[in-house]
Design a protein around this ligand. Structure first.
Ligand SMILES: Nc1ncnc2c1ncn2[C@@H]1O[C@H](COP(=O)(O)OP(=O)(O)O)[C@@H](O)[C@H]1O
Ligand SMILES: [Mg+2]
Length: 331
């Protein structure tokens, strides 16, 4: 059964006055003024804008943020709240870290290090506000756009770029590991929802867009069809699925990095793959290593129960040999 996420929303509300297209936030330290400067992305239900801080406590020429505008006309209040709650859950890790500093006995050092390792792969929320027509979610600005742009440029296609594809896959897997261990399923993993904070060769990526993230309290959930064609697991077309749909999408992203597009665009071929494994377009991976092919096949097993778990993904040799590249902590 689905439940709502538990993280509190109020902690993240920014007291806001909107005037002349600017937003004024009343903070304990004074008032901050922000203005939209560039459209970063446009989705089905809203837009994401880059904003600059014009004045106030955080004012500095380099102070920027990204703000997602979600129209209230679609009556998506529940989904919007869930997105804020999911973002807050992943940003809250910061707060745990702070509390550990003051009360070192409450958590072990190892646990703290783990949390930090996961947190660096989630886009961080800065707060939210609303007006009559929109919800606004303020986030850290992730400088280098989304992964799709790099895939299209062929950044991961050459044989020598395969380790970079593995490094990006490992980072997304770390974020998924945190989500899945905490009973959360992203449900719309795809290159457009992966943001690049540092481009290659030392890639650093963050998972974003938690608009349809769900709590799965049990192994199975019955719900409407979710996700984006090309990254949707075969079982999503049925009525039951688990967090294994995110593992499928991770495999599809890895495939896409090596070949420029996901393996199954046509749902009919995808349906056929459930019974005929030969429908998988192996030929397109001819310039990839055996380990890479084995990883993708393990993540994209047609039957969810045969797919790798997130723990198996993280332990897979294609990813573990990247450990030295991904071990560096980024802000
Ligand atoms: N925090 C951010 N920093 C920089 N760019 C962002 C940020 N969030 C989103 N974007 C850009 O906006 C696009 C859409 O954002 P997303 O959250 O996926 O919205 P939607 O729900 O409309 O898909 C992303 O693909 C990315 O290019
Ligand atoms: Mg998106």
């Amino acid at each position: 059964m689905d439940t709502t996420l538990s993280a509190g929303l109020d902690d993240w509300r920014l007291e806001t006055r909107l005037e002349d297209g600017k937003r004024y936030h009343k903070l304990p330290s004074g008032t901050e003024c922000w203005q939209s400067v560039e459209l970063l992305g446009r989705g089905t239900y809203g837009e994401v804008w880059k904003e600059e801080c014009l004045s106030g406590t955080s004012s500095s020429p380099s102070l920027v943020r990204a703000v997602k505008h979600i129209s209230k006309q679609f009556n998506f209040d529940k989904a919007s709240k869930r997105e804020i709650e999911a973002l807050a859950t992943f940003s809250r890790i910061n707060m745990v870290k702070v509390s550990v500093v003051s009360t070192p006995s409450s958590l072990s050092v190892g646990f703290n290090a783990d949390l930090l390792q996961y947190q660096q792969h989630f886009v961080q929320i800065l707060g939210w506000f609303e007006d009559d027509r929109h919800w606004y979610i303020a986030m850290e600005f992730v400088e280098h756009g989304n992964l799709q742009e790099y895939i299209q440029k062929g950044s991961f296609k050459n044989p020598e770029a395969e380790p970079e594809a593995a490094s990006v896959t490992a980072q997304i897997a770390q974020a998924l590991s945190y989500m899945h261990t905490n009973g959360l399923v992203h449900r719309d993993l795809k290159p457009l929802n992966i943001l690049v904070s540092n481009p290659g060769p030392a890639w650093h990526v963050k998972v974003a867009d938690f608009g349809i993230t769900k709590n799965l309290t049990n192994t199975l959930s019955r719900t409407r069809q979710v996700g984006t064609s090309g990254y949707m697991a075969p079982e999503v077309w049925g009525s039951q699925y688990t967090s294994a749909i995110d593992i499928w999408a991770l495999g599809a992203i890895a495939f896409c990095m090596r070949t420029l597009s996901p393996p199954f665009i046509d749902p009919t071929t995808l349906g056929g793959y459930r019974t005929d494994r030969n429908l998988f377009p192996f030929g397109e991976l001819s310039s990839s290593t055996q380990q890479c092919v084995a990883f993708i096949m393990g993540a994209m097993a047609a039957v969810a129960e045969e797919r790798m778990t997130i723990a198996e993904v993280l332990a897979h040799p294609w990813l573990t040999r990247q450990a030295s590249n991904t071990g560096t902590a980024h802000p």
